[in-house]
Design a protein around this ligand. Structure first.
Ligand SMILES: [Zn+2]
Length: 411
């Protein structure tokens, strides 16, 4: 936890500022707190492996006692297991290997880590393509002059990674500690991570951020009035908020949560200019190399779409059409999309699309609009991909998501 983030951190209960308790065990890396205990006027919270745990619920109190007693490894085990000894053991065994990948750790966490597959294929799913493009558009609109961005209920940090291209001050918040750990190790190492509950006041100062995004999660939050008001509080007068992939209550969804109608989401962000966008229309934009937030989708297309994106801001410049920026280089490691079965031959390889499950195939059916069923790649292209070299042919495959630019050590 960087000092810059510590200055905007607030107690979710009393709203007070936090300071490192120097009377108990604390460990810093440079000026960043790695393991420490934070105090406000009402409570104490642990920082475990750099992640601030801003709650007194669940196993947080046990972890705080372990940090205070000088047992940070025990605290990490407690938070990662969340009360499940088996999960804690498997996590500890997986991370003991320095070469463990994101995929290895996710696999080790087992089938109870239900969304594992979903996270593994995240970078090419249609929901992510839209969310990524919306964050890029909003990053250009509101982060140009600096400012922080926050990814709320952001899981293991896939969208946080996009935010980090626009600002060095990105914060990822989620309720599941182990996802935050994965984000800091693999997906978005530059972010600061905060383990906190989106059903209570958010543990940050008012106006601390320019951009607040909640992707594919708002429909699982019961206290929508509170979370939307908190998002508005965080961005102050000059920022923007976005809900991407908010399920539409008027349409069936295999994992619906507690959705609202598009207008219900939009109304939560009054009095700002708040607009709802059909995700199908946004995906069509993305596949055409642009994102158009100046459009006003009609009620019929919104009502027909299983998911919508909501954007709210006081800044007119947010609601504009923008081209998606050309890729300038490789950020991580180039890999063939894991949705492909790859048969390598001497001359190259044949790729066949294979979905990990029927559920995934139904939920992400729009993948088929940009991922071909089958294709062959010649040896020179494969070799460039293997060496993470961005040739013209590789750039074309990247734009079709047949090749992905994944975080180092991801799969
Ligand atoms: Zn407090």
């Amino acid at each position: 936890m960087r000092p810059d983030t510590l200055t905007i951190l607030r107690c979710p209960y009393c709203g007070g500022r936090l300071t490192v308790d120097e009377t108990v065990f604390h460990r810093f890396d440079g000026d960043a707190a790695i393991d420490a205990v934070l105090s406000c006027q009402c409570s104490q919270f642990p920082v475990v492996s750099g992640i601030a745990v801003m709650t007194v619920e669940g196993v947080a109190e046990t972890a705080r006692e372990q940090v205070a007693d000088g047992d940070p490894a025990g605290a990490l085990r407690t938070m990662a297991g969340g009360g499940d000894e088996g999960a804690a053991d498997r996590f500890a065994a997986a991370i003991a290997s320095p070469s463990a990948t994101y995929r290895d750790v996710v696999d080790a966490l087992g089938p109870e880590f239900a969304e594992a597959r979903y996270f593994l294929y995240r970078f090419s799913d249609p929901t992510f393509l839209v969310a990524d493009a919306v964050v890029r558009a909003l990053g250009q609109a509101v982060l140009g002059g600096g400012g922080r961005a926050i990814d709320l209920c952001g899981g293991s940090g896939h969208l946080t990674r996009t935010m980090a291209e626009f600002t060095p001050s990105t914060v990822l918040m989620d309720w599941t500690f182990v996802k935050l750990w994965l984000a800091r190790r693999f997906t978005a190492p530059a972010c600061d991570a905060v383990c906190a509950d989106a059903h209570v006041s958010l543990p940050f100062a008012s106006g601390a951020f320019r951009l607040a995004v909640c992707s594919d999660a708002f429909h699982y939050i019961w206290t929508k009035r509170l979370l939307s008001a908190e998002m508005l509080r965080l961005i102050g007068d000059n920022g923007a908020v976005a809900l991407t992939h908010a399920h539409n209550s008027g349409r069936d969804n295999p994992s619906a949560g507690m959705p609202l109608a598009p207008d219900g989401y939009r109304a939560l962000f009054e009095p700002l200019d708040s607009r709802a966008f059909s995700e199908r229309n946004l995906l069509a934009d993305v596949l055409a190399g642009r994102i158009d937030l100046s459009r006003r989708d009609d009620e019929r297309s919104l009502a027909a779409d299983p998911a919508v994106t909501i954007v709210a801001s006081r800044r007119d410049s947010v609601f504009a059409a923008r081209p998606l920026e050309e890729r300038r280089g490789v950020r991580g490691e180039l890999r063939l999309n894991p949705l492909y079965d790859v048969s390598r031959t001497e001359a190259g390889a044949t790729l066949r699309l294979r979905f990990p499950s029927g559920d995934y195939e139904r939920e992400c059916a729009a993948c088929r609009t940009y991922l071909p069923e089958e294709l062959t790649l010649d040896g020179s292209v494969l070799s460039a991909v293997d060496k993470s070299r961005l040739t013209e042919a590789v750039a074309a495959l990247l734009s079709r998501r047949i090749v992905l630019d994944l975080p180092e050590g991801y799969a």
